[in-house]
Design a protein around this ligand. Structure first.
Ligand code: UDP
Length: 252
């Protein structure tokens, strides 16, 4: 049976880090990797909008009402979704573009029925518009859509190799954390995913993998090895007690 994965990717995949110019290199590579995994993995994808606009950063800088800033951020994810769909289809991957912000000209409304139709048609599912609500994130969207498509795992493709005790770009002593419980990730406030996303995943025991999407063949490696990247998941009996820590003053 094929695994169902909800892949979350930042809009930064469309920006070349060296030149800051738009690029489709990584998106095309992701399409080719997804195609190679077609027999074993089916994907839904949540795309961010950070290459265009982030409500908290750009909206604040412009002095916008916070809700308006977030609305613009959600529209940014829709532009990226259109881009991703076009690039994926050029690579031979049929896709349905879903929009949480109603926009019939751009994409399909999100419901159990439309998701089922897309799957029955063998389409990959690209989710845009975030949750459709301000003050949420595309990470929370990823968990929400992951639950809707009954994903086995959330894969968060990011700029770093996984979860660290501190920001590895700023702290040379930041330690890599291969796996961590939802509770400890929340308690330690590690900043890799927001608390709303982790809480929702925890409620439904939906595992989250975090890895560097900018590394060559990241999706193929994630599919091959369960220890590629860091994992946020329920504790097992083999977990060291020090992994567990305390949450709200209670040993876990
Ligand atoms: N956003 C929102 N509600 C959501 C998801 C996203 O308001 O449910 C807005 C928010 O302002 C965010 C922006 O959309 O900054 C773009 O998403 P994000 O910053 O997550 O993009 P990424 O960093 O993943 O490219």
């Amino acid at each position: 049976m094929r695994s169902t994965i909800l892949l979350k990717v930042t809009g930064e995949i469309f920006t070349d880090a060296a030149t800051s110019m738009p690029t489709s290199v990584l998106a095309r590579s992701l399409a080719r990797q997804i195609k190679k995994l077609a027999d074993t993995h089916h994907f839904g994808i949540v795309i961010g909008g950070g290459n265009f606009f982030r409500g908290s950063r750009h909206g604040t800088a412009l002095g916008l009402n916070a809700s308006v800033g977030h609305q613009i951020g959600m529209l940014a994810t829709m532009m990226n979704g259109l881009t991703l769909k076009d690039l994926f289809e050029q690579e031979g991957l049929p896709c349905t573009l879903f929009c949480a912000v109603p926009s019939a000209q751009v994409g399909t409304a999100i419901s159990h029925q439309t998701i089922t139709e897309a799957r029955a048609a063998g389409h990959y599912m690209i989710f845009t518009g975030g949750t459709g609500n301000p003050f949420f994130t595309t990470d929370t969207t990823a968990v929400l859509r992951g639950l809707q498509i009954q994903a086995d795992e959330i894969w968060k493709g990011t700029l770093v190799d996984g979860i660290f005790s501190a920001d590895p770009k700023k702290d040379p002593y930041a330690a890599y954390i291969p796996h961590i419980s939802y509770e400890k990730a929340l308690f330690d406030n590690l900043g890799i995913l927001d608390a709303t996303a982790i809480t929702l995943a925890r409620e439904h025991a939906l595992p989250i993998r975090v890895f560097n999407i900018f590394k060559e063949n990241a999706l193929l490696n994630a599919a091959l090895a369960a220890d590629f990247g860091s994992r946020i998941c329920p504790l097992t009996n083999n977990d060291n007690v020090s992994q567990k820590g305390y949450y709200h003053g209670r040993a876990i």
